[in-house]
Design a protein around this ligand. Sequence first.
Ligand code: NCD
Length: 360
Amino acid sequence: MSMAELNQIGWDEFSGLSSIEKAPYFVENGRSFHALVAQQFSRPMLEELCALATCVRRTAKTREGSAFLQQQLFDKRAMLYFAQPSSRTYLSFYSACQIVGLQTINVRDSATSSEVKGESPEDSVRTFSSYADLIIMRHPAGGFAERIAWMLSNTSRPVPVVNAGSGKDQHPTQALLDIYTLARSFENSGGIDGKKVAFVGDLKRGRTVRSLAWLLTQYQGVKAYFVAPPELQIGDDILKQLDAAGMPYEISRDFAKVIPEVDAIYMTRIQDEWDVDNESSRVNTASYHFTKEHLNILGKDSVIMHPLPRRLEIDPAVDGDPRAVYWRQVRNGMWIRAALILSIFGCDGAVRDYCKEHQL
Ligand code: NCD
């Protein structure tokens, strides 16, 4: 399917599709035009992006390579539209744009835009999109980035939209950097295939978990463990997708039992910004914290991950352990986002060629 079809489907019909059904509308010839849902990334696409991220990382090491990367998109502008608190994802995208030479314009707070004059958010973004060649957006409303992509595809100037976190549902670029981190961590032990990955914490409202769980279905023989109090367990919609994809998983409340069994532990914070009535304060989550003692029962080649920001769920005393890779995740995010942007603009081939020529 090609992009043309996004303007041939009404919003009501489109928004009623599952993420899996929406995916083909965002991808053209194996390359993302929009990056909106984890379900649009196939295994070959993931592998290509990871390889490209490595290539960008190596190229950026020299002044010459850095200048080469910056030439790629110096004539383009990205709009960073972040209508929800963000510092790391915002800075990660901002840095990724700088690496590939993209100039940036930004809206950090929709309260400073004409939305306070009663303009609809759709009109605001449409106006801003006139100045930009790419929109990178974070929004508290699930599906808002998709709505913008659909709306712009019905204009004479469709612009790619990248979802930098939408509501409680999706955070596809975080999932990409998580995959890149897993791939690098298991580089010498068979890659992601066959690994066991535990997700711990607020799985109900953690959009990073929802996106990453799906990406893991693209690998062979991966098993997931969802470790959380029942009130914060992962949604049935995701479990149904995993069932359909044939990925085995276990639902558990016993964190200590799961730790020695898995290759990766993905910790998350309680997403209480979504509480309606302070309900998460009534859930006891203390037994879902990773402590220094847990290091003794964790496999020697296993890794501990976290999308950050963290609260109490990982004791800072764990940070110095080589298996704690959450700071590496942050850096990997910058590289894979740069790779994604290059690929959206079709500059991936040039960068790959540079790497080959310079034997990087
Ligand atoms: C996550 C998010 O915004 O969903 N943060 C991030 O982008 N790294 C996780 C979180 O806020 O807990």
